[in-house]
Design a protein around this ligand. Structure first.
Ligand code: S6P
Ligand code: ZN
Length: 187
């Protein structure tokens, strides 16, 4: 950076969709077939098209993953849908550096942030435009879209947090968010 020079930011967020545009944005998508074993109802899972889009993530990673002191920023869009009576949701994870915290916030749509501590106590917080969620270190997090439109949420997390997916892949959360009598319930 040059002394006294005024710059345009190298990255921008679209005001409505929170779509990220600019340098260093990485994108990934999760199709249903990449979420085998995540949903409880195996028969319902097999009946859906394996290429169904469940969610996509954009992330701005200005430093190398693992660098202490940096921050990452992301936008996740989860499509509406269910596998049986279980809402479309993210895979969910603890952080690899377990004590690292994260913020999530609701941008569009309706959903639920599902949280589980190291003792496997599971609870949830409602997500909607403007909801803000502090996820303490040591708490696994997953988001479900409980609405009829795409759920968009933002996230920011430390660049040395990393992801521990194995714990959730192997043991899941201790409760699932199911639609019971038309309403989301943790079962
Ligand atoms: C990263 C942050 C989010 C998630 C994204 C997808 O720490 O929590 O960007 O990666 O919402 O969820 P998951 O569980 O598939 O990584
Ligand atoms: Zn995280």
């Amino acid at each position: 950076m040059e002394n006294k020079k005024i710059y345009d930011p190298s990255i921008k967020i679209k005001p409505e969709s929170w779509h990220l545009e600019g340098e260093g944005v990485v994108e990934s998508t999760k199709l249903l077939r990449q979420l085998e074993g995540v949903f409880a109802d195996v028969d319902a899972f097999k009946k859906l098209h394996p290429d169904t889009l469940v969610y996509n993530v954009q992330a701005h990673l200005p430093v190398k993953e693992g660098t202490p002191g940096g921050l990452f920023f992301g936008t996740t869009v989860i499509q509406p849908g269910k596998v049986g009576n279980e809402y479309f949701m993210t895979r969910g994870h603890f952080h690899a550096t377990a004590d690292r915290a994260e913020y999530y916030w609701g941008v569009q749509g309706e959903g639920m942030l599902i949280l589980m501590d190291a003792d496997r106590n599971t609870w949830a917080e409602k997500m909607y435009p403007g909801s803000l969620h502090y996820i303490p270190g040591g708490v696994a997090h997953r988001v479900a879209n409980t609405g009829k439109t795409p759920l968009i949420f933002g996230a920011s997390w430390p660049s040395d947090a990393g992801h521990n997916y194995a714990e959730i892949d192997n043991n899941g959360f201790s409760a699932r968010l199911l639609e019971i009598d038309g309403k989301p319930s943790l079962i």
